[in-house]
Structure formats: structure tokens, C-alpha cells
Design a protein around this ligand. Structure first.
Ligand SMILES: [Fe+2]
Length: 303
């Protein structure tokens, strides 16, 4: 069995209109919307489902609503989905819905699902070219603005988990679902890569806040400019930034974070590390720090 990527996330929300506006402003494509929910997707065809928090079809919430109710992981084959079901049945309730998606709960109580991945290879366009001294990559071509975010894909999910039982909660993903720890930070949590991907992390389980809940989902945009300009667009739409821009130490991703009306936050992220199989897990006794840099300002004009 090989888990390839995040296929879908589902939020149980209270203010469906605000959440629908939020994810549209964040640049995801609306697929459907109605009285009981809305669905968005990335160009790589991963989906974000918004459902009313009291929808009985949703897995129970691990914290007061609004919050994340389920992550569905995309798997390489139907046989692999079946073998995950067999594995999980050893110690927890598992059901398979009519569409073939296997559903269970992780140790913290988050809904988890497994389905055959249906990826679309999106075209991210030509990467921006940069000029440095005599290293000229962009002739006669001014830089134009992105103006708003257009995420390419759902990059990772960060979940808060309680300190009690943290080792088992993390080990569930590693031993049972074959995630690979990339960075184990003994006072914070573990960054994990799913077996079929190369991202620094697809999943980060963070026990530092000592609570269960959604921390954030990360949406990958193209580059530094799109993080900054996309973040500016979110500010203009009156969404609240939760953390000033910076570049993470672990993962190296450039980021801006915004509070989400669907629970937790979203991260606009770019240029995250990719780790192939030759990379060896790093173990940190203490957190090496959140950022390589973060934005500082002494005031001044934007004019
Ligand atoms: Fe993140």
C-alpha cells in the first residue's frame, strides 16, 4: 500500500457563507455549493469540503466547531485501500462507503479516510526567473503582479494532538500507515511524509499546544511573490493574518498564515523542502526555532 497524497479534507463549519467566501478568496476553485455545504478543489484535484457542523454524516469533532472533521488520503490502488482497511480493523472500527472509501478514526479522534487517488498534474506555469548581477535569466521582461493567490495544491495538514498518548498517536501513522518521519522534534511534534510523496511533510502532528484540534492546512503557491501578494489580497478582503510572513526552519517553506472561519488557519506556502529516500530522519532534542527569518518592520510608508 502506498499513500500518495492528501485527497480531501472536510470541515464542519458554522458560518457557511463566510467559509465559502474565505476559500474562494484563497483562490480555490468552487465545484459546488448549496444550503448544506460547499466543495472547492485545487488544480491537482484535491478537494476541500465544507459541511454544516451538525451534519450527522460527519465524523465527530475533536474540539468545538468549526473544525476539521476528516482527512482522506489518496492511495495508489484499490487493493492498497483494502489492505489499509484490513490493517486498521485490528484495533478500530472501519467502514467502507459505497464509493469504496475506507473510513476510520486516528488515535486523536480525527476522521481519516482512504481512497484511490485521482490526481491531475496541474501546470504551475514557468517558474519566475531571477536576475543576479551578470547571471541574467530575465531579459526585456518586467515582472508582473499575481495580485491574488491561486494555490496549486493542498500541501500539508498540521494537527494539534494532546501530549498524553502522543507517541502512540504519531506511531500510528508511521507503523500502521507507513508515513516516514522527516523531523522528530522531541518538545514539539513530528513532521511526516507519506510513502508516495517527496514533500518535507504532508502531515505534522504537533503536541506542543497539548490539545486536539486543527492547526492549519497549507496551500502551495508558486513562489515568494505569490505568498506575499496572495497574503496582501487576503488582508484586502479583511481576513485576519495570524502570523507575520517568514520562512520556516524545518521545511524551509515561505509562509503567511490566516485565521480560517472553518477552523484553524490556512498557510500560503511556497518553496518547501523536498526529501527523497536518501534523506535520513533528523531528531531534535529541542525545537530549532520556527523561522529562518520573519518580517520585521520599523514602520515606514508603502507609497
Ligand atoms: Fe505548515
Amino acid at each position: 500500500m502506498t499513500i500518495l497524497r492528501i485527497e480531501a479534507v472536510t470541515f464542519g463549519v458554522l458560518d457557511l457563507d463566510a467559509c465559502t467566501r474565505f476559500f474562494a478568496d484563497a483562490g480555490l476553485e468552487p465545484v459546488e455549493s448549496g444550503a448544506s455545504g460547499a466543495t472547492f478543489r485545487t488544480p491537482e484535484h484535491q478537494t476541500v469540503h465544507l459541511r454544516l457542523a451538525d451534519d450527522p454524516a460527519l465524523p465527530p469533532a475533536v474540539e468545538p466547531s468549526p473544525t476539521l472533521r476528516e482527512i482522506v488520503w489518496g492511495v495508489d490502488t484499490a487493493d492498497a485501500v483494502a489492505s489499509i482497511a484490513t490493517e486498521l480493523q485490528k484495533d478500530r472500527a472501519v467502514r467502507t462507503d459505497r464509493g469504496g472509501t475506507v473510513r476510520a478514526r486516528d488515535n486523536t479522534g480525527f476522521g481519516i479516510g482512504f481512497t484511490v487517488a485521482a490526481p491531475v498534474a496541474a501546470d504551475a506555469g514557468t517558474p519566475r526567473r531571477y536576475n543576479v548581477l551578470r547571471n541574467v535569466n530575465r531579459w526585456n521582461e518586467p515582472v508582473t503582479a499575481y495580485r491574488r493567490p491561486r494555490p496549486i495544491r493542498l500541501l500539508h495538514v498540521t494537527l494539534d494532538i494532546p501530549k498524553q498518548g502522543r507517541e502512540e498517536a504519531i506511531d500510528f501513522y508511521i507503523s500502521r500507515l507507513r508515513f516516514r518521519p522527516i523531523d522528530c522534534v522531541k518538545d514539539t511534534g513530528t513532521f511526516m511524509q507519506c510513502e508516495g510523496d517527496v514533500e518535507h511533510h504532508n502531515l505534522f502532528l504537533c503536541f506542543r499546544p497539548d490539545k486536539a484540534g486543527i492547526n492549519h492546512i497549507a496551500l502551495e503557491v508558486r513562489d515568494f511573490d505569490e505568498v506575499m501578494e496572495g497574503g496582501n489580497y487576503m488582508v484586502e478582503q479583511r481576513w485576519q493574518e495570524s502570523r507575520v510572513a517568514g520562512r520556516h526552519t524545518l521545511g524551509s517553506n515561505i509562509y503567511r498564515f490566516f485565521h480560517s472561519p472553518a477552523g484553524g488557519r490556512i498557510e500560503l506556502a511556497a518553496d518547501m523542502d523536498r526529501m527523497d529516500k536518501s534523506f535520513e530522519t533528523r531528531v531534535w532534542e529541542k525545537n530549532p526555532g520556527h523561522h529562518v527569518w520573519s518580517l520585521k518592520s520599523s514602520g515606514g510608508s508603502s507609497g
